[in-house]
Design a protein around this ligand. Sequence first.
Ligand SMILES: NC(=O)c1ccc[n+]([C@@H]2O[C@H](COP(=O)([O-])OP(=O)(O)OC[C@H]3O[C@@H](n4cnc5c(N)ncnc54)[C@H](OP(=O)(O)O)[C@@H]3O)[C@@H](O)[C@H]2O)c1
Length: 255
Amino acid sequence: MNYGFIGAGNMATAMIKGLIYAGIDSKNIYVSSPHSAAKLAANLHIQAADSETITKKCDIVIIAFLPNQLRTLGNSLNLDGKIVISVLAQVTIADLDEVFPTAFNVRSLPNINSAIGKGSTALAFSKRLSESQIEVVQNYWHLLGTTSVLDEQHFAIFSAIAGSGPAFVLKFIDALTQAGINNGLDGESAAAIAASTVAGTTETLQKSNSDAVTLMNNVASPGGSTRAGLDNFEQNDFDTIVNSAINATVNHKHT
Ligand SMILES: NC(=O)c1ccc[n+]([C@@H]2O[C@H](COP(=O)([O-])OP(=O)(O)OC[C@H]3O[C@@H](n4cnc5c(N)ncnc54)[C@H](OP(=O)(O)O)[C@@H]3O)[C@@H](O)[C@H]2O)c1
């Protein structure tokens, strides 16, 4: 299976690194873009090619240029009969089906963790895809992490939680780090302790048959110090702060 990328920016790079991390042979990965593709190809030992070669050689074509280029650039590509995976934010299946009427179009929304095979990706499929084509697409994304098939109306909330979420989790890690420094730890130790605590807790949750609230209550015995901290989160309305930040993200209008 050959994978072709049109666009060689941040998102394409994350996906290509994820494929290599997953063990895909770099000779099966092609990339095309006016400026960055040659350098990216040299760095990651993949194949730089023009878009015509990519559309000929690749079974799956991933479009990763900017959303406002869909019509201008899209109309110059011959994607007849190809599975086309778009990562273009806010570009719908209807848009893709209009620009690539003879392709099998997939709307996807990945996040930065795809680069280490821990991505979380939303998917929506054009009605034209068969079950076996959907399986091919799912297999691609499972190389890069987990997937959620969603109604397109839910892409905005998915984007806030999974797309912007890594920045929010990093914000929390930084707040833990600063609290550690305020209480006498050096910055390096505080950062390492905070990051490994968040990573370990996530893995504990994922490996358990439990939910976050149950595990949280298991850690916080009544009258104990963890409970005192959680009570303080409650008093300061932590959930409202998070909900408000997610709503601000969902409702943000791009200028
Ligand atoms: N970054 C994210 O976290 C993220 C998350 C989800 C979705 N997305 C979506 O992913 C897409 C790319 O975002 P990005 O952050 O990777 O942007 P980016 O870093 O600015 O990359 C855009 C790429 O488009 C390429 N390009 C421009 N004209 C082209 C052409 N004629 N043919 C082929 N490639 C061309 C550019 O090539 P040169 O570099 O050679 O000029 C560049 O590599 C966007 O549609 C965005 O909505 C991004």
